[in-house]
Write a protein that binds this ligand. Structure first.
Ligand code: ARG
Length: 695
């Protein structure tokens, strides 16, 4: 019942009325207003793909631990291991600048559909992309000239509407606090995407501005941002059926995906991605376990790969279990029935079939390149040297290309773990050989590999990879210096890492990328037509556009669920459950002694749940969210923060394609647990004192 990721600036009367019925006490203007400060001003894009919220008048930010993860890991060292042990700045001087982070505030939005469609009139399918880029560019330039803003034009409803989003980006972001990883990621990948959950998935940052309040590059004397709005925090706790609203940036859904797309996903795409990630994770983990320095080095990359490894596996299982393919076929039959005799729509599905038929045989070669061959960090970096080769051969700016490659190499080397990477390179080359039809292999590569042994033998690939790692100039400072001092195409082409990566990339770019682009173009346009048709077929339906990393509002309620026959899940978990899961010395379920001590003393302070006489850790709601919403505020009917959204449940992992109204839940960390961790566990009263706490 709580399906929908609504555009807060286009909140329909019907949707708003339903929100009020469920418990919202605020006006539309208080949620979103262009002229006055409103709730939307407290919601930010955090980093590259998360949400955060402002919780004090000094620019304090709450987001998830897994959103701050890369920044926390890179602020850590084996001596000062904040990732492992946690960290709280006791004053502003102790905060740690996070150079790779920025946050974005939404300034304004504008419907630019008319302008865009004007330009697309009479344009053929294959010219569309270029025309779109052109008109987007004009619109963006007009929106950003002279004000320092950034802007993006985003198609909605699969290109049936175009909206301009203008943002203000702040770049001086500092780490204020984080719980230890065994709280912030308690349960690790075993518990990821699962309820019941017991994770303190939060971290704390602050946004700084120049003295004029405007965005500024990092500088010691920048000042905390005075926000237009910040969220008060309620420690009254949650009850079943309580209203819950989530503002944030869901990254992507595909709710109008076709049966053909679902089938390709479950048959080919997801299983391929999962098996390639599985093996990469295995080799990374072996090294991370051995050495805390390697753990810090690979932690963030590992977490990202693991998160969607489990997601894609679960997604396939749920799509099959709920017969989503068959369901989609039924919907498509209804559409086709309606489309009969309507020239604009009657060929949509026959054309979809043609498009899928043309592309499907090559799906795997694309995935085995992206997730396999280039899943080796060395191969991925080597492939980027294609820009240098191009510059040399085409007499471009070789100096600039080399300088860029040199800077990128420094970053690459910081994260390079040779032991795992060498194994990954060997195994992915072998998997490509075994699983991809021979006529799709790069010409000559496997032939040349035969000098290392039999192609059916794992050892052959290991020996070859060892040879690559021993001889590539990328991993040899002297050779690299010689090359960059005198860039020569033959030297580059003869480099074993470059030769390997570029053989596979050129094979793909030459033969399969054009087919993929054609498929994407057709698939997008058919998607636009399909949805346009659906809007005509059912003109009064209350529709929301697919998620696309623009600000959305989702509302729902705190609610338990029944995952399967005879099993009922409560809507909260407590600290008692954390202790039940606790396994001393375990990689995912360990706890520090001070944590255990506090729990034994039942030192829960004002954060205790009076009814349960214990500390509530996580709760679930019926909200419709997805990846990108991570870190989003969960807000009660009065506009107060009650938790942070951080995950979805396993039973609803098909949610990107189909929302299940009985089983879909959003997993949230209770803000009382967040504050307990900061206050009692972290002793950071300074942070608590900054908040506006509603009791
Ligand atoms: N599944 C969560 C999401 O995509 C990320 C959770 C991170 N935690 C973890 N154990 N990997 O939003």
């Amino acid at each position: 019942a709580d399906e929908g990721m609504w555009l807060p600036y286009l909140l329909g009367q019907q949707t708003y009325a339903d929100m009020v019925k469920k418990g919202l006490k605020l006006s539309k203007e208080q949620l979103y207003s262009i002229n006055k400060s409103s709730m939307k001003d407290a919601i930010i894009i955090f980093g590259g793909g998360c949400t955060g919220e402002i919780v004090s008048n000094e620019g304090l930010i709450f987001t998830n631990h897994h959103c701050g993860y890369a920044a926390i890991a890179s602020a850590s060292s084996v001596e000062n291991n904040y990732l492992r042990d946690g960290f709280y700045a006791k004053n502003k001087q102790e905060e740690i600048p996070s150079k790779a982070l920025s946050v974005q505030f939404l300034v304004r939005i504008e419907d630019v559909t008319a302008k865009v469609e004007e330009v697309l009139k009479g344009v053929s399918l294959n010219e569309r992309a270029a025309k779109l880029q052109g008109v987007y560019g004009e619109i963006i330039t007009a929106a950003t000239s002279g004000n320092g803003y950034e802007a993006r034009v985003i198609p909605m409803f699969r290109g049936n509407q175009y909206i301009l989003f203008v943002y203000e980006r702040y770049k001086d972001i500092r780490l204020v606090g984080t719980p230890p990883e065994n709280v912030g990621k308690f349960g690790g990948d075993t518990d990821n995407w699962e309820w019941p959950r017991h994770t303190g998935d939060f971290s704390v940052f602050r946004v700084y501005a120049g003295k004029d309040g405007k965005p500024a590059e990092f500088a010691k004397d920048n000042v905390p941002l005075k926000p237009k709005h910040f969220l008060p925090v309620s420690i009254k706790g949650v009850k079943e059926n309580d209203y819950a609203m989530i503002f944030g940036y869901p990254g992507g859904t595909n709710r109008y995906e076709t049966s053909l797309g679902v089938k390709l996903k479950t048959d080919v795409e997801n299983p391929s991605i999962v098996s390639l990630r599985d093996i990469r994770l295995k080799y990374m983990f072996e090294e991370m376990k051995k050495d805390p320095a390697v753990k810090l080095q690979l932690a963030s990359s590992y977490a990202g790969i693991a998160n969607y490894w489990k997601f894609f596996d679960g997604e396939s299982k749920q799509l099959l279990k709920y017969h989503v393919y068959e369901e989609k076929q039924k919907q498509e039959a209804t559409f086709q029935q309606w489309a009969k005799g309507k020239p604009e729509f009657e060929n949509v599905f026959p054309q979809y079939e043609k498009a899928y038929k043309a592309w499907a045989p090559y799906t795997k070669v694309r995935i085995y390149l992206m997730e396999g061959i280039l899943g080796s960090p060395l191969a991925a970096y080597a492939s980027s040297l294609g820009a240098v080769e191009n510059a040399i051969l085409k007499k471009g700016d070789v100096k600039a290309a080399v300088a860029a490659a040199d800077a990128a190499r420094t970053n690459f080397l910081k994260e390079e773990n040779k032991a795992s990477d060498q194994k990954i390179m060997a195994i992915t080359a072998q998997m490509f050989y075994d699983d991809i039809p021979k006529d799709q292999h790069p010409i000559g590569f496997y032939e040349s590999l035969k000098s290392f042994g039999d192609l059916g033998d794992e050892k052959t690939y290991r020996t070859w990879a060892a040879n690559v790692f021993a001889n590539t100039m990328i991993l040899n400072d002297a050779k690299w210096k010689a090359f960059t001092g005198n860039p020569d195409a033959t030297v580059l082409q003869d480099d074993p890492a470059y030769a390997y990566a570029s053989a596979f990339v050129k094979n793909y770019v030459g033969k399969y990328l054009p087919l993929f682009n054609q498929f994407t173009t057709e698939n997008n346009d058919l998607g636009r037509l399909y949805l346009k048709g659906e809007m005509q077929r059912q003109p009064t339906a209350n529709r929301y556009p697919d998620a696309n990393f623009t600000m959305r509002l989702s509302y729902g309620q705190v609610k338990p669920y029944k995952p399967r026959d005879a099993v009922a899940y409560d809507y909260v978990t407590t600290i008692d459950g954390v202790m039940e899961k606790y396994k001393p010395g375990d990689y995912e379920f360990d706890l520090h002694q001070d944590f255990i001590g506090l729990v034994k003393k039942k030192d829960f302070g004002q954060y205790i749940d009076a009814k349960r006489n214990t500390l509530v850790v996580n709760f679930i709601t019926t909200n419709d969210i997805t990846g990108g919403n991570s870190g989003s505020p969960v807000i009660n009917g009065n506009g107060e923060l009650i938790g942070l959204a951080f995950d979805g449940n396993y039973e609803a992992l098909s949610h990107k394609i189909q929302f299940d109204k009985n089983l879909n839940r959003t997993i949230c960390v209770d803000v009382r647990y967040v504050l307990w961790c900061i206050d009692k566990l972290g002793g950071a009263k300074n942070i608590i004192n900054e908040l506006k706490i509603v009791k």
